[in-house]
Design a protein around this ligand. Structure first.
Ligand code: C5P
Length: 478
């Protein structure tokens, strides 16, 4: 019986076998064995034997081993990732993994310049999909084609978005596969710019950025930091993959969903407030802002115009949302009041109940054996102030009740006291892990009763809540 080794195969054949093995996560030997097994089971045409057999078996004319977009049934969301030519392209390989980890299908287009930084093989191996590079590729144009690539994406992510790619997008150019797809798509587009700080600051890039934002493109980053070029620092680093993923997810989950909050204005509070004792010390409640920020994102994803008034948090501003940052409860109330009228107000902030009556202008010095006394006064209750408004009250006012015991009873009493329509009650006892965590178990209290929702991520709570808000407003005049 004739025996062959991978080494005996010609270079072109080896390349194809390597690519196919990488796509399927197997060694080249295992891939060859799989091909032969499949052929001998009669699933593929009989070959003439010898070296010819594997050559034909891995020809591109055969269907790829993994069907494109082999998504779990419950998730049909697909991301088309356009990787531009910049040093940050290596981070986009990690981005592919992060998107895939969340059950999303990822197809990649690499620009010619991107191939100078990362290989199509890496992108293909990580995405488990064929990678696209050329606009006029006879194979891909006939079976996939740039129009299909554009149409089959629920979200297009351009990362890194170079100055050149942004310029092409702003001008509506279509002279390569990436720009042609971007011009042909109706999907939401998210760009993660990355470039030298001088290029980012250039008036041409500012103009292009403004055009893209006007066109509804979502922009994530860039961030400040050191550049790859020695001695260069400033704004121009691509946002980290996880930040891009969190910006992308609300748009993916809502892809295909109707923009049921379109034409509605939603105001949201989030995070803690910091009430100064002196220039370096403050009083605050514990709050990561994750739930409030997720609500703002989810409302924006359903098409709402969203104002997020946030206390100090270490989260990025949600994309597609106007974020105003405040420190104190008084500032939060005045920004929310300025932000009205609105159809809906959702109060997820953990506002400090008291503030120091007269914060010290200078740092209070420690005196051995003596503690300073600070006099506290009550902060305005933002939710109650808006909930009890006679004029200009949002149609739907939603509060949060973070409780550690008798959750529903306390939340019901709060709903009545604060004049809100709905109360979202949750257990924030230390054992629940809600504080700072990613999961939440909530009860929605409305005039119709109490609904207990299953434990789920804060993003899922946000999506469920804004969907309920949209249902409640359906049919009401804007
Ligand atoms: O009274 P308690 O802080 O438990 O109430 C929680 C609800 O009230 C939350 O929706 C919170 O955002 C809101 N709140 C507020 N202003 C305050 C205190 C709480 O808007 N000063």
């Amino acid at each position: 019986m004739a025996s062959i080794t991978i080494r005996q195969l010609d270079d072109a054949l080896k390349r194809r076998l390597r690519l196919r093995a990488a796509r399927n996560g197997r060694s080249m030997e295992d891939e060859a064995r799989t091909i032969l097994r499949t052929a001998s089971a009669g699933e593929l045409p009989e070959q003439s034997g010898g070296n010819e057999a594997p050559r034909n078996l891995i020809s591109p004319a055969l269907p790829p081993a993994a069907p494109s977009f082999s998504l779990p049934q419950e998730c049909q969301n697909r991301v088309l990732l356009i990787i531009g030519g910049g040093i940050a392209a290596y981070k986009s390989l990690d981005l592919i993994r992060r998107l895939k980890e969340r059950g999303l299908g990822v197809r990649c287009i690499l620009t010619r310049a991107a191939l100078e930084f990362v290989t199509a093989l890496s992108a293909s191996a990580l995405s488990g999909e064929r990678v696209f590079v050329n606009l006029f590729d006879p194979t891909t144009e006939h079976d996939v084609g740039h129009i299909r690539l554009a149409r089959e994406a629920d979200l297009i992510v351009v990362a890194p978005a170079t100055a050149d790619l942004m310029a092409k997008m702003a001008a509506g150019a279509a002279d390569d596969l990436a720009s042609a797809v971007l011009l042909a798509t109706e999907a939401k587009v998210l760009v993660a710019p990355a470039m030298n700080p001088r290029m980012w600051a250039h008036p041409a890039t500012r103009r292009n950025l403004a055009t893209l934002e006007r066109d509804g493109v979502i922009v994530v980053g860039p961030r400040a930091g050191e550049m790859a070029e020695e001695g260069e620092a400033g704004i121009g680093r691509m946002a980290e993959p996880l930040e891009i993923v969190s910006a992308a997810l609300p748009f993916l989950y809502s892809a295909g969903a109707q923009r049921t909050l379109s034409g509605r204005r939603v105001v949201v509070t989030s995070g803690p407030t910091h009430e100064p004792i002196d220039p370096v010390r403050y009083i605050a409640n514990r709050s990561s802002g994750k739930q409030g920020h997720a609500i703002a994102s989810a409302a924006a994803a359903l098409g709402a115009e969203v104002l997020l008034v946030s206390g100090p948090v270490s989260l990025p501003d949600p994309v597609g949302v106007k974020t105003v940052k405040v420190e104190t409860a008084q500032e939060m109330l005045s920004e929310i009041s300025r932000g009205l009228p609105a159809d809906v107000a959702i109060f997820a902030a953990a506002v400090a109940d008291w503030r120091v009556e007269k914060p010290n202008t200078n740092k209070i010095k420690k005196q051995p054996g003596a503690s300073p006394t600070v006099s506290l006064i009550e902060n305005p209750d933002i939710l109650a102030t808006i909930g009890h408004r006679d004029k200009g009250r949002p149609r739907l006012v939603v509060g949060f009740a973070a409780e550690t015991e008798q959750i529903i009873e306390h939340a019901k009493a709060k709903l009545a006291r604060k004049g809100c329509d709905w109360m979202v009650a949750n257990d924030v006892s230390t054992a629940s892990g809600v504080m700072g965590g990613d999961c939440n178990t909530v009860h929605l209290i409305t005039a119709n009763g109490v609904e207990s929702w299953p434990p789920q991520s804060k993003e899922a709570v946000a999506r469920a809540l804004v969907t309920r808000v949209a249902d409640a407003l359906a049919g009401a005049p804007s």
